[in-house]
Design a protein around this ligand. Structure first.
Ligand SMILES: [Zn+2]
Length: 221
Protein backbone atom coordinates (compact mmCIF):
# COMPACT_ATOMS: atom_id res chain seq x y z
CA UNK A 1 0.00 0.00 0.00
CA UNK A 2 1.28 3.49 -0.82
CA UNK A 3 0.62 6.68 1.11
CA UNK A 4 -0.14 10.31 0.18
CA UNK A 5 1.54 12.58 2.71
CA UNK A 6 -0.57 15.60 1.74
CA UNK A 7 -3.94 13.91 2.17
CA UNK A 8 -2.72 11.59 4.91
CA UNK A 9 -4.44 8.61 3.36
CA UNK A 10 -3.27 5.14 2.41
CA UNK A 11 -3.93 4.30 -1.22
CA UNK A 12 -4.58 0.72 -2.19
CA UNK A 13 -3.81 -0.52 -5.70
CA UNK A 14 -1.59 0.36 -8.60
CA UNK A 15 -1.79 4.18 -8.57
CA UNK A 16 1.15 6.26 -9.77
CA UNK A 17 -0.31 9.48 -8.25
CA UNK A 18 -2.70 10.23 -5.42
CA UNK A 19 -6.31 9.81 -6.68
CA UNK A 20 -7.43 12.72 -4.47
CA UNK A 21 -4.81 15.43 -5.00
CA UNK A 22 -2.68 13.99 -7.87
CA UNK A 23 0.35 14.42 -5.63
CA UNK A 24 3.23 11.97 -5.41
CA UNK A 25 2.74 8.74 -3.47
CA UNK A 26 5.27 7.23 -1.14
CA UNK A 27 5.80 3.54 -0.53
CA UNK A 28 5.21 0.35 -2.44
CA UNK A 29 1.93 0.34 -4.44
CA UNK A 30 1.42 -3.41 -4.08
CA UNK A 31 -1.29 -5.44 -5.75
CA UNK A 32 -4.58 -3.72 -6.63
CA UNK A 33 -7.83 -4.80 -4.94
CA UNK A 34 -9.63 -5.18 -8.28
CA UNK A 35 -8.92 -8.08 -10.63
CA UNK A 36 -7.45 -7.14 -14.02
CA UNK A 37 -10.21 -7.49 -16.63
CA UNK A 38 -8.93 -9.45 -19.61
CA UNK A 39 -9.62 -8.26 -23.14
CA UNK A 40 -12.73 -10.20 -24.05
CA UNK A 41 -12.97 -11.36 -27.61
CA UNK A 42 -12.76 -14.66 -29.39
CA UNK A 43 -9.78 -14.83 -31.71
CA UNK A 44 -11.51 -17.52 -33.73
CA UNK A 45 -14.68 -15.45 -34.23
CA UNK A 46 -12.58 -12.45 -35.14
CA UNK A 47 -10.59 -14.38 -37.72
CA UNK A 48 -13.74 -15.92 -39.17
CA UNK A 49 -15.39 -12.49 -39.51
CA UNK A 50 -12.21 -11.16 -41.09
CA UNK A 51 -11.95 -13.99 -43.61
CA UNK A 52 -15.67 -13.82 -44.51
CA UNK A 53 -15.50 -10.04 -44.93
CA UNK A 54 -12.40 -10.35 -47.12
CA UNK A 55 -14.11 -12.93 -49.33
CA UNK A 56 -17.20 -10.70 -49.47
CA UNK A 57 -15.13 -7.68 -50.53
CA UNK A 58 -13.39 -9.70 -53.27
CA UNK A 59 -16.72 -11.07 -54.56
CA UNK A 60 -18.25 -7.58 -54.60
CA UNK A 61 -15.24 -6.31 -56.53
CA UNK A 62 -15.66 -9.07 -59.13
CA UNK A 63 -19.40 -8.34 -59.35
CA UNK A 64 -18.73 -4.62 -59.82
CA UNK A 65 -16.13 -5.36 -62.51
CA UNK A 66 -18.66 -7.58 -64.31
CA UNK A 67 -21.70 -5.33 -64.01
CA UNK A 68 -20.55 -1.74 -63.93
CA UNK A 69 -17.13 -1.17 -65.37
CA UNK A 70 -17.32 -2.30 -69.05
CA UNK A 71 -18.33 1.23 -70.04
CA UNK A 72 -16.09 2.94 -67.54
CA UNK A 73 -12.45 3.69 -68.31
CA UNK A 74 -9.86 2.56 -65.83
CA UNK A 75 -11.10 -0.98 -65.17
CA UNK A 76 -7.81 -1.89 -63.54
CA UNK A 77 -8.37 0.57 -60.71
CA UNK A 78 -10.92 -1.76 -59.17
CA UNK A 79 -8.13 -4.21 -58.55
CA UNK A 80 -7.06 -1.86 -55.80
CA UNK A 81 -9.67 -3.74 -53.79
CA UNK A 82 -6.64 -5.66 -52.55
CA UNK A 83 -5.64 -2.44 -50.88
CA UNK A 84 -8.99 -2.55 -49.07
CA UNK A 85 -8.38 -6.08 -47.83
CA UNK A 86 -4.82 -5.30 -46.73
CA UNK A 87 -6.13 -2.23 -44.88
CA UNK A 88 -8.94 -4.22 -43.29
CA UNK A 89 -6.58 -6.89 -41.95
CA UNK A 90 -4.08 -4.32 -40.77
CA UNK A 91 -6.60 -2.31 -38.76
CA UNK A 92 -8.14 -5.41 -37.19
CA UNK A 93 -4.69 -6.80 -36.32
CA UNK A 94 -3.75 -3.41 -34.85
CA UNK A 95 -6.90 -3.65 -32.75
CA UNK A 96 -5.89 -7.06 -31.46
CA UNK A 97 -2.32 -6.07 -30.62
CA UNK A 98 -2.48 -2.42 -29.71
CA UNK A 99 -6.02 -1.85 -28.72
CA UNK A 100 -5.73 1.29 -26.62
CA UNK A 101 -4.53 3.63 -29.35
CA UNK A 102 -6.57 2.10 -32.15
CA UNK A 103 -8.31 5.30 -33.27
CA UNK A 104 -5.00 7.16 -33.41
CA UNK A 105 -3.16 4.37 -35.24
CA UNK A 106 -6.03 4.05 -37.74
CA UNK A 107 -5.86 7.78 -38.53
CA UNK A 108 -2.05 7.59 -38.89
CA UNK A 109 -2.39 4.57 -41.17
CA UNK A 110 -5.01 6.18 -43.45
CA UNK A 111 -3.16 9.52 -43.61
CA UNK A 112 0.24 7.91 -44.24
CA UNK A 113 -0.87 5.47 -46.96
CA UNK A 114 -3.17 8.15 -48.41
CA UNK A 115 -0.25 10.59 -48.75
CA UNK A 116 1.91 7.88 -50.35
CA UNK A 117 -0.79 7.19 -52.96
CA UNK A 118 -1.28 10.92 -53.62
CA UNK A 119 2.48 11.31 -54.18
CA UNK A 120 2.48 8.21 -56.40
CA UNK A 121 -0.46 9.64 -58.38
CA UNK A 122 1.48 12.92 -58.75
CA UNK A 123 4.57 11.07 -60.02
CA UNK A 124 2.43 9.25 -62.60
CA UNK A 125 1.06 12.53 -63.94
CA UNK A 126 -2.02 13.03 -61.71
CA UNK A 127 -5.13 11.24 -62.91
CA UNK A 128 -6.76 11.65 -59.45
CA UNK A 129 -6.93 7.88 -58.89
CA UNK A 130 -5.51 8.35 -55.40
CA UNK A 131 -8.35 10.63 -54.24
CA UNK A 132 -10.98 8.85 -56.34
CA UNK A 133 -10.14 5.27 -55.36
CA UNK A 134 -7.24 4.78 -52.95
CA UNK A 135 -8.30 7.14 -50.15
CA UNK A 136 -12.01 6.12 -50.17
CA UNK A 137 -10.92 2.47 -50.22
CA UNK A 138 -8.60 3.02 -47.25
CA UNK A 139 -11.36 4.82 -45.35
CA UNK A 140 -13.95 2.18 -46.27
CA UNK A 141 -11.70 -0.71 -45.23
CA UNK A 142 -10.96 1.00 -41.92
CA UNK A 143 -14.71 1.48 -41.44
CA UNK A 144 -15.34 -2.21 -42.17
CA UNK A 145 -12.58 -3.17 -39.73
CA UNK A 146 -14.08 -0.90 -37.06
CA UNK A 147 -17.48 -2.51 -37.58
CA UNK A 148 -15.94 -5.96 -37.09
CA UNK A 149 -14.09 -4.76 -34.00
CA UNK A 150 -17.11 -3.05 -32.44
CA UNK A 151 -19.23 -6.09 -33.18
CA UNK A 152 -16.81 -8.63 -31.70
CA UNK A 153 -14.86 -6.83 -29.01
CA UNK A 154 -16.04 -5.47 -25.71
CA UNK A 155 -15.45 -1.73 -25.71
CA UNK A 156 -15.29 0.82 -22.95
CA UNK A 157 -17.98 3.50 -23.07
CA UNK A 158 -15.47 6.28 -23.75
CA UNK A 159 -14.02 4.34 -26.68
CA UNK A 160 -17.38 4.39 -28.44
CA UNK A 161 -17.30 8.18 -28.47
CA UNK A 162 -13.78 8.15 -29.92
CA UNK A 163 -14.83 5.58 -32.53
CA UNK A 164 -17.94 7.57 -33.50
CA UNK A 165 -15.67 10.55 -34.16
CA UNK A 166 -13.31 8.34 -36.16
CA UNK A 167 -16.22 6.94 -38.21
CA UNK A 168 -17.44 10.45 -39.04
CA UNK A 169 -13.89 11.50 -39.99
CA UNK A 170 -13.35 8.44 -42.23
CA UNK A 171 -16.74 8.92 -43.89
CA UNK A 172 -16.42 12.67 -44.37
CA UNK A 173 -12.90 12.82 -45.84
CA UNK A 174 -13.80 11.18 -49.20
CA UNK A 175 -17.09 13.15 -49.27
CA UNK A 176 -15.11 16.39 -48.90
CA UNK A 177 -12.93 15.38 -51.88
CA UNK A 178 -16.16 14.62 -53.75
CA UNK A 179 -17.63 18.01 -52.79
CA UNK A 180 -14.46 19.77 -53.97
CA UNK A 181 -14.73 17.87 -57.29
CA UNK A 182 -11.24 16.41 -56.85
CA UNK A 183 -12.43 12.94 -57.87
CA UNK A 184 -13.19 11.51 -61.29
CA UNK A 185 -16.09 9.24 -60.30
CA UNK A 186 -18.29 9.66 -57.23
CA UNK A 187 -19.04 5.98 -56.54
CA UNK A 188 -16.15 5.08 -54.15
CA UNK A 189 -16.66 8.22 -52.06
CA UNK A 190 -20.41 7.58 -51.95
CA UNK A 191 -19.88 3.96 -50.83
CA UNK A 192 -17.53 5.19 -48.12
CA UNK A 193 -20.11 7.73 -46.93
CA UNK A 194 -22.79 5.03 -46.81
CA UNK A 195 -20.46 2.72 -44.85
CA UNK A 196 -19.80 5.52 -42.41
CA UNK A 197 -23.55 5.95 -41.78
CA UNK A 198 -23.91 2.17 -41.32
CA UNK A 199 -20.99 2.14 -38.85
CA UNK A 200 -22.53 5.01 -36.88
CA UNK A 201 -25.82 3.11 -36.68
CA UNK A 202 -23.97 0.00 -35.52
CA UNK A 203 -22.13 2.00 -32.85
CA UNK A 204 -25.43 3.45 -31.67
CA UNK A 205 -27.00 -0.01 -31.51
CA UNK A 206 -23.97 -1.40 -29.69
CA UNK A 207 -23.72 1.20 -26.97
CA UNK A 208 -26.18 3.97 -27.78
CA UNK A 209 -27.79 4.50 -24.41
CA UNK A 210 -24.54 4.32 -22.46
CA UNK A 211 -22.77 6.60 -24.93
CA UNK A 212 -25.47 9.24 -24.66
CA UNK A 213 -25.31 9.04 -20.88
CA UNK A 214 -21.53 9.39 -20.93
CA UNK A 215 -21.73 12.34 -23.35
CA UNK A 216 -24.31 14.05 -21.18
CA UNK A 217 -22.05 13.53 -18.18
CA UNK A 218 -18.99 14.91 -19.95
CA UNK A 219 -20.81 17.91 -21.37
CA UNK A 220 -22.53 18.51 -18.01
CA UNK A 221 -26.04 18.34 -19.49
ZN1 LIG B 1 -3.23 13.20 -1.91
Amino acid sequence: MSRCRDCEVDVEGDWSRCPLCSGPLAGDPGVGPLPAVPLRFSRRRLLRALVLTSIGVVLVSFAVQLLITPGVPGLGVLRSVWLAIAGLWLVVLMAVHKRRNLAKSTVYFVVLVGLVTVYWDYLLGWSAWSLTYAVPILCASSLLALMIIVHLMRMEVGEHIVYSGLVVLLGLTPLVFLGLRWVTTPLPSAICGALSVAALVLLQLARGAETRHELAKRLHL
